[in-house]
Design a protein around this ligand. Sequence first.
Ligand code: GLA
Length: 385
Amino acid sequence: MKEDIVNSFAAEFKHAPAAYSHAPGRLEILGNHTDYNEGYVLSCATGQATEMAISAIPGRICKLMNPPLQGVFTIDLDDMDKPRPKDWTNYIKGVLVELRRRGIEYPAFEVLFKSTVPLSAGMSSSAALEMAFCMALRQLCGIELPLPDWARIGQSVENVYLGLKSGLLDQFSSLYGKKNSFILCDFRSVEVLKTVAMPAGWKIVVANTMVKHNLVESDYNLRRESCERAAKAIRTKYPEVKALRDVTSAMLEECKPILDHTDYLRAKHVVGENERVMKGVELLSAGKVEEFGALLFASHESSRDCFENSCPELDILVELAHTIPGCVGARLSGGGFGGISIHLVRENDAEEYCRRLAAAYKLKTGKTIETIICSVGDGASSEPA
Ligand code: GLA
């Protein structure tokens, strides 16, 4: 809550903040690894968010607090060129470096933030932090940039500063989310094509495997390279193909003989996902929730078999989803290689579903999961404190 953040800031820094911002996490509902292939994603912003209060101070040393973490963290504006390993201040420094590269000036500052977005759980806590900070600086310094540029700044933090070749999905969804809605994102034109109301009486349950993935060290970048190679090979037959976004299933099958087999499988997933997103939007708009759910299951199978970004823990959760009443679809969500699965569940069954899923998973694996009945929130915002 704004009041809590503003009061905490005043108590810690002994003066009132100048600006307040808020930026949510995101859930990828359908459309896996399609964003950097210039494709479509159906996503939403989570009710869980990062909230931040900020004010300008003289000098070159910035002070940051993130209760309940103890103490004051610092950033020296004259020493930001290299990220420090496993340090959350990298997300703030990265934004500062990217703004500087664009010739945008800012003063030193004091910042206090709190977040309800779970860490390393496939809900993009890092994008929420980046976008909360971007929105806070925008408000503090009156920086006027189109919204997609703020998303690109966050993406550059990941791509350039931290070395993960991720797409725009996380930052974009954090900025553009709409309460109780899914957004259909187009990552070629970088816009929201359509807002689709969440079906009434249904909830998204997040089941966190608690398997921590570090995407920088994972196969994420290799997957991206595979997709780019596949698009390049298909272009020799279809010169109009700029990215996998331009490829249909029929074209892909025709090109199968000229593709490396692994690249073919990766492309099959992405092409299928793009098609499933468009079909999914149609089904949701027609109120066909159960058929929409079937697409979630299909998406997971494709991740497991073609993109190979699932893991045994996620596969077990999705298998269980087929057997527990109330659920009509489930899939891994986000980068994969651990992280979360999302489950589309009847609202009245949601609590019981969480209990049964956790119990069945424990019985099968001996391990514990965390479940969250997710609320869908609005995108990022900023205002005077
Ligand atoms: C991660 C990346 C996104 C997107 C998803 C997979 O969340 O940050 O850009 O590629 O994986 O869809």
